[in-house]
Design a protein around this ligand. Sequence first.
Ligand SMILES: [Zn+2]
Ligand SMILES: [Zn+2]
Length: 302
Amino acid sequence: MSLSVTFLGTGGSVPNKFRNLPSVLVRRGPELLLFDCGEGTQKQFLQAKAGTNRKMRIFISHLHGDHIFGLPGMLHSLSFMGRTRDLEIIGPRGVAQFVRSVNRAVRLYSRFPISVREVSAGRVINDPEYEVRAAWGRHGIPCLAYAFQEKPRSGKFDPVKARSLGIPEGPLWKRLQNSPAITFKGRRILSRSVVGPPRRGLKLTYAVDTRPCAQVAKLATGSDLLIHDSCFNETAASKARDYGHSTASEAASVARKGKVRELVLFHISAMYEDPTPLLKEARRVFPHTTLCKDMETVRVYP
Ligand SMILES: [Zn+2]
Ligand SMILES: [Zn+2]
């Protein structure tokens, strides 16, 4: 199954004419995962036509306004659009109080249940088909990077081999795919004789508002897609250091070290109307780098 990744907002700190505040929507089959919820996310989300009543989880990296101020609006819009399914919000300490305070002040969302879970580094989701792990970035306040990783899928079934072994198409094929062996007409047939080795699942890492650091690099290792803070270019490297961000080439170094397949530069400072210098600098270090516009969708294939 492929993943569809829509960049709802790719800017940082303040929005400008070209970039909204950070939010990334991942569609996996019928399920939605939203990473951060900067102001204005609900408008972008509705425009992406992702559906308002799907299984959905929202991951918040940290409690700086540009990553969380969109949450009240998002919850309000989802309720208004008729959401009835529960929604899980995951984030570092303080996220529950934020949601509680807003809800106490303005009764925003009574139509669907919301659960908020405060998490730390480690595994934060263990779904039958995937897990999400978190690691602390290096920023002014506690900030989590998240890695979504699909669990290995069973190997590819070879119908030609199955037929050559005389196994008729039907339920026996399914049993062979899902169990180590079957017995057919007194013969024991090992699944590995018709099913290939397990297939690795897709991995996507979302790491914003961080200096390049070992924990995030480790978390990102082997990602098919790494979305990494690239607030500045090299001429503003001191700003990146002072404000706990990364330059585009620093993001590219993380991608190179972690042997990721593709890097997307993200959280682009509003001072860059034309972000070409960031892209050029990053590609010098890691050629498989892109810089997306708002509302652009990237598909990640196995
Ligand atoms: Zn930010
Ligand atoms: Zn921040």
